[in-house]
Write a protein that binds this ligand. Sequence first.
Ligand code: HEC
Length: 296
Amino acid sequence: MLRSLSKIHFLSVIAAALCAILSPFNPAFAANPMKDALIEFKREGQVISSHSLEALGKMAQARPLKIFESHEKRTRTYQVYSARALFDQIFGKTWRLADELVFFCADGYQPSIPVAKFLAYDAYFAFASADDIPFTLVNKLQNNEAVTLGPLYLVWDNLAARTLLDDGASDMPYQVTGVELTSFAARFPHLYPPADASLSAQRGFQHFRKYCLACHTINGQGGGKAPELNYPVSVTEYIEPQYLKRWIDRPESIRYNTTMPALGIETPRRAEVIEEIIAYLEAMSKLKRSPATVSN
Ligand code: HEC
């Protein structure tokens, strides 16, 4: 198994290299409707550079990568660049010592992912399909919404690591137009539960970061794809506990055609995770801050 995998890997590296030698342009770009977009890179709030897809293509070697496409629940193959190779070029190797990477997406999605995950597992920026399927997908997790993936789509070599499959689609932002290297505590100070919050609320905070923050804000900090959940009235104050739990578990069982995805069914300890997220939301209801006074 391992042997045949590395053989395939070897062949795909050769194929990618041949492609790069034989054609001055990567023909795959042509299929990316966002091929002219500029991707903006920031360090702690300051823009450090912007690059076109073509410019990024000169910094890293393109290769095909087969992944389990969690949004469609099937395998797909994309043309990708190694995220580590691009970060080395753009931020310099010291990015590895930083804390967090925040991704900005055209649709308002804004996941924040620990740098440690990029050091432990292989992440890639996909810029095209490696077959003749368009660079789009049907998001089964969001009421079968048809979405474009470009300009860049962050994917993981999740066929190589079981833990990545457990993360589902949570760290796979598409329509990425910007990346910021930052410190989570400095950037999102108003998300922290009170110091005397219960252990379960503290755990819930970590789950919220991973599974909810990309779309929602708390006290104005977080993603811009979905409603604020804490200010001025917390969801724990106006949604009955049984329904709040059911909303996270099966939102479509409450609101017809909702585009809120249920917490990933592959999430380990899923029932406890839901309880802990609610404990976090309850703790935050006692720590409200006006979004007008914070920047997200
Ligand atoms: C991919 C984006 C996305 C993610 C991830 C997400 N949500 Fe949502 N959420 C939405 C959208 C969109 C709505 C509005 C849905 C609607 O009105 O049908 C929503 C609505 C809600 C509401 C109802 C708010 C109200 O007043 O009606 C709650 C509560 C909620 N989400 C909690 C969560 C929690 C907790 C998580 C993490 C486990 C989470 N969401 C993850 C997109 C998301």
